[in-house]
Ligand binder design. Sequence first.
Ligand code: ATP
Length: 312
Amino acid sequence: MSDSIIRIDGLSKTFAGGFQALRQVDLSIQRGEIFALLGPNGAGKTTLISAVCGLVSPSQGTVWVDGFDNVKAYRPARERIGLVPQELTNEAFETVWNTVSFSRGLFGKPPNPTHIERVLKSLTLWEKRNNRLITLSGGMKRRVLIAKALSHEPRILFLDEPTAGVDVALRREMWDVVRELRDHGVTIILTTHYIEEAEEMADRIGVINHGEIVLVEEKHALIEKLGRKQLTVQLFEPLQTLPPGLATFALTQNDAGDELIYSYESATQKAGDGGISALLGALNKAGVGVKDLHTRQSSLEDIFVDLVKERA
Ligand SMILES: Nc1ncnc2c1ncn2[C@@H]1O[C@H](COP(=O)(O)OP(=O)(O)OP(=O)(O)O)[C@@H](O)[C@H]1O
């Protein structure tokens, strides 16, 4: 058997109003991996994380955290988990040092300034330790959230949408931080809407929809499946028939005949017909005037819709 740090068995959650947010979820998280949980709004990601962290009580099923039942052995299970929420709440006037130290205290752990110092240094927050949170940049605030979650030395870190609404530079910075934590042996579970984030970070990807895990797959296998792109070629003149030189390409035309739509695999770029440059060459050779080009990658939303349709 592989080494699971979290095992979720038959987990269901029906809220008081009767809404079923989780349906018989079975999932194992491997020790030391980065697992990305993807799903559209309302899919059940936060409910699932909350149930694992013991913040939502399941209607059915069991969660094992490092061998501890998270209901019957709540304390040791919860102690192993750090949870990074999306936003800081109500601590604007507290200093970085105090807020991170206080988080440790919430787990009943004795003060350990050496650990807090190590965490702050590893997140490049050490220079800011006496700053009030209100004076920090957005990126620094996100790092404080991670520092708080690491203050009690958890082995597992949950990150709920770690880069929602942040710019590209900061997103890359967050990714580096997460990777470094993994290199130090922390198991990471993150939720995200960004395919790019999952693509960049995750060892494995799970997709949840309508409270059901619809797929769990090793990243590379998933990207092979999902990474489709579309190139739309706008023409100066509508084409009545495709010139023979274009017959080898997987093209469709719009009704007006002035757009050609070409689908190809983005992840591998291994189109058997030679790909975009060959297509443009063939258009040129056939004397077809190209007005404009657009590429479009399947969005996560598209992918989910496809996944759900496939499994309907
Ligand atoms: N306390 C609650 N009572 C009733 N329904 C709830 C409660 N909390 C969540 N839900 C519902 O459960 C479903 C799943 O919500 P959840 O927050 O887990 O989704 P999510 O995948 O995290 O979505 P998002 O990406 O929007 O954060 C939603 O339809 C939500 O309205």
